[in-house]
Design a binder for this molecule. Structure first.
Ligand SMILES: Cc1cc2nc3c(=O)[nH]c(=O)nc-3n(C[C@H](O)[C@H](O)[C@H](O)COP(=O)(O)O)c2cc1C
Length: 210
């Protein structure tokens, strides 16, 4: 049996197909239905899920700010840099901007594994959002001073690590196979579909000893 068939059968027999679908749909969305709020309860639920994930030595250094007030969202939007690879696009227009944000902070200076913890939490939030029909974009290109202006005194002494833009996606994102040496930059087609190259299974597997 070839590897392709082996893979298909394993995903079927271990019940991984639905989870893989969720991961496939869990893309970085940058255009949303801005007029469809996610609701405070949903944002609280995302943080409540994130606080349960693994954390190095269980130190749990992460703190979360919910930004869902439209005026505050507009202010935070001004401190974000969107899609560096889409050089002729300045980010989402009014009406297609995120309807909410979660900002992940480190309580104090980040320690050795704080960024690892942040990635685990951010991906869990993104997966939870996807499962619920929403979408996210993790953003590390942000202005810390704008973040502090928006979040206020509650974040004093903390370090902002990542902004998660959230909303109901209004764009389609698809994965493409990237063979070794091929360009990994994402791109947008004339139909507006966003394409994301991902390395193939064979190219990410390290061959063991014979
Ligand atoms: C740590 C991290 C930081 C990122 N920062 C930004 C950002 O500042 N702006 C942005 O538009 N996208 C940002 N992204 C999204 C990436 O561009 C995106 O993950 C990548 O293009 C692959 O697309 P995918 O998430 O749909 O697989 C970030 C992603 C990660 C994981």
């Amino acid at each position: 049996m070839g590897d392709r068939e082996l893979l298909r059968q394993a995903k079927l027999s271990f019940g991984l197909l639905d989870f893989e679908d969720t991961v496939r749909s869990c893309r970085s969305y940058r255009r949303f239905k801005e007029d469809e709020p996610l609701g405070r309860g949903f944002l609280l639920a995302l943080v409540d899920i994130a606080r349960k994930v693994a954390s190095a030595a269980n130190r749990q250094p992460l703190r979360y700010a919910i930004v869902d007030d439209p005026a505050q969202c507009a202010e935070l939007f001004g401190g974000l840099r969107w899609a560096g690879a889409l050089t002729d696009w300045d980010g989402p227009e009014e009406g297609e901007r995120p309807s909410a944000y979660l900002v992940i902070f480190s309580d104090g200076e980040p320690a050795k594994f704080t960024w690892t913890d942040c990635g685990i939490a951010a991906q869990t939030i993104a997966l939870a959002a996807t499962e619920a029909g929403a979408g996210a974009c993790m953003m590390a290109s942000f202005s810390p001073s704008v973040v502090f202006d928006v979040v206020g005194e509650g974040a004093a002494g903390m370090t902002p690590l990542l902004v998660l833009a959230l909303g109901i996606p209004s764009e389609t994102c698809v994965l493409e196979a990237a063979e070794p040496g091929e360009d990994l930059d994402y791109w947008r087609g004339p139909d507006g579909v966003h394409h994301v190259p991902k390395r193939t299974l064979a190219s990410v597997l390290i061959q063991g000893k014979e």
